[in-house]
Design a binder for this molecule. Sequence first.
Ligand SMILES: Cc1cc2nc3c(=O)[nH]c(=O)nc-3n(C[C@H](O)[C@H](O)[C@H](O)COP(=O)(O)O)c2cc1C
Length: 125
Amino acid sequence: MTDTDGYDAVVLGSPVYMGNWQPEVRQFVERYRTRLARMPVWLFSSGPVGRGSDDPRFYPRKVTELMQVTHARDHRIFPGKIDAGALTLGGRLVVRVVRAPNGDVRNWEATRDWARKIAAALRPH
Ligand SMILES: Cc1cc2nc3c(=O)[nH]c(=O)nc-3n(C[C@H](O)[C@H](O)[C@H](O)COP(=O)(O)O)c2cc1C
């Protein structure tokens, strides 16, 4: 999705790297903030893994602000995965610095549940 034209609702998310959303996703929100504020919007974070997944101290930075700007109906954190073997040396160093453990802690059932709730909210009554 490169702009909001032709869409009735937006479900927008980002992987969490270094405790933050990716800059291009934050830029998207900044660019379309007026239109997003008038549409139904849901936000999600992919990651973190391990200690960050349910600890409010590791809540991705700026998400509260993005919620306010977009008037998002909800924000969900979905624990992610790290395959250290697939990362560059730089990536491996970063995940060591943030102490994100190797592994796959994705919860597909929680993801599906959330998607169903969004679909139900968008269904015409
Ligand atoms: C370079 C890099 C930085 C990361 N930084 C953090 C972090 O600061 N905190 C954390 O808990 N997880 C961190 N992670 C784990 C990611 O949040 C996790 O891999 C997530 O699944 C990424 O989303 P994706 O699977 O949709 O790419 C990092 C992962 C990578 C590769």
